[in-house]
Design a protein around this ligand. Structure first.
Ligand code: FAD
Length: 314
């Protein structure tokens, strides 16, 4: 996986999707329908979430393995470090590399709400520590990796991270993650394109040069948008909440939500975004509708960095 900043206006737009490991057999069947639909759009990669503290480690690894062996898709494995020691995480990283994973989204994970006040002794505190650990594991195993290096993605925040004292601090953290070896960033959800544009310009001024890909979620229902706000600490746009709340039925709510999502993604692309990362909720229909309206579903869509990804996977 390699995501590069576009060299010109005509550079291809990187396209990626987020999936989460299924919780039961019915969810797994739906997910695989989604995967097949998304595969036909030739994305640059699909990411697979990971529960904080490794709560779904087995299902995540199983899904990554199936993506690698049964599809043409390149997976990006989310990995969280909160609550885990370096030794435990080194074992998980090695397991991912053994399966053939060559892209990891290095995250801290959300702190447990009802967890102990003091972190577990020896556990990694920040995503930056995890990036450094991945690079150390990679170095130890470089002879086995054959070609290329592991691509490391990180989280970035257009609206302030809820625990951060300021948006300036967020950019310092992003710069530190780049210095530790991050190759690209994917943003948390946001509701105003200005927030994405401002993050990128603050980051560039501070010396962050890695691509910052906007994470976009189809905002197709009031319940989803409200839940999203609760989960991420990002304040939903009141205008959008109002429009979704006034929708007569699910179909109208979906139309309103798809339009808002398309407008947001288009504005981010106009601001120079090198790609779009779609949080799919394991559903393909709304994601594909958004991409279709953005005219990003061309047949034979060229992929960004596919050559280097292919060599990394060889
Ligand atoms: P960090 O970069 O470590 O930042 C965490 C906090 O610590 C921030 O407030 C930051 O300002 C502060 N900080 C960081 N470094 C330092 C330092 N050196 N000194 C002082 N303060 C510091 N969560 C999951 O559990 N599973 C997932 O699969 C998942 N996927 C995600 C995908 C994306 C694209 C995004 C944007 C988020 C995802 N999350 C996921 C949520 C993420 O785990 C939370 O947002 C978490 O609260 C912070 O993670 P981080 O990697 O940004 O942490």
């Amino acid at each position: 996986i390699q995501v590069s900043a576009p060299a010109s206006q005509s550079a291809p737009i990187a396209l990626s999707y987020e999936l989460f490991p299924p919780k039961n057999a019915a969810a797994e069947a739906t997910l695989w329908q989604t995967i097949r639909e998304l595969e036909s759009t030739n994305p640059d990669y699909v990411s697979v979430t990971y529960g904080a503290n490794g709560s779904n480690r087995n299902t995540a690894v199983e899904l990554l393995n199936r993506l690698l062996t049964e599809t043409s898709l390149r997976p990006l494995a989310h990995l969280t470090c909160v609550g885990n020691t370096a030794d435990e995480l080194a074992e998980i990283i090695s397991e991912l590399l053994d399966h053939g994973v060559r892209g990891i989204l290095a995250l801290r994970g959300d702190l447990p709400q009802d967890g102990p006040a003091e972190p577990r002794a020896g556990s990694l505190a920040y995503a930056q520590d995890l990036i450094e650990l991945i690079r150390r594991v990679e170095q130890r195993r470089s002879a086995l990796l054959c070609a290329g290096k592991v691509a490391i993605g990180v989280a970035a925040y257009p609206a302030r991270h809820p625990e951060s004292p300021s948006i300036e601090h967020d950019v310092e953290v992003l710069l530190a993650k780049q210095r530790s070896g991050a190759d690209f960033a994917i943003t948390q959800v946001f509701f105003h394109a200005d927030q994405y544009r401002d993050l990128v310009s603050r980051a560039r001024r501070a010396g962050v040069s890695i691509p910052i890909i906007p994470g976009v979620m189809p905002l197709t229902s009031l319940r989803r948008v409200q839940r999203l706000g609760d989960l991420t600490g990002v304040e939903p746009c009141p205008k959008l909440l109002d429009s979704l709340g006034r929708a007569d039925d699910a179909a109208q709510s979906r139309r309103v939500g798809v339009k808002a999502t398309v407008d947001l993604a288009r504005a981010a692309l106009d601001a120079g975004a090198p790609g779009i990362h779609l949080y799919t909720f394991n559903e393909h229909a709304a994601a594909l509708e958004v991409l279709n309206k953005l005219e990003l579903l061309r047949p034979g869509r060229p992929q960004l960095g596919s050559r280097s990804a292919a060599s990394a996977l060889a």
